[in-house]
Design a binder for this molecule. Sequence first.
Ligand SMILES: [Zn+2]
Length: 141
Amino acid sequence: MEQSISIAQLVTASNNALSVIKNVGNKLKKTKRSDALSDVLDIQSAIMEMQEKQQRLINENMDLRGRVKELEEGLKFSGELVRDGNYLYLKSDKNRTEPYCLACWGHDRRLIGVIVMKQAVGPDIFQCNICTKRGDAVRSV
Ligand SMILES: [Zn+2]
């Protein structure tokens, strides 16, 4: 597979292009070639517009890389999980002491540990802070 260029290389290349065209513009300012100068200024603003779009792509790229990493992490765990009621446990957690949120796993393959609240009477209450933020109610076992 062809090696992808780095973001730093891309930014450097477009900064170089902008700096070259700025130099050309400065040289033209010393001449009477106002048509050419106007063209150069158009090119300069076109490059700056490209740089703005490039920055948006860079940001999107970084978000996507983060998401891929999360999904890869999730994939590593998928064979290691077992469902019990509405919660997930690692197969290695034989005593089922560390429950994970089934809803969060289904939502975006993130393994979110739920908070277990022991009650004096009745079953423990499990709470997922991510689901709570999303507006899902606290659930009991
Ligand atoms: Zn959750």
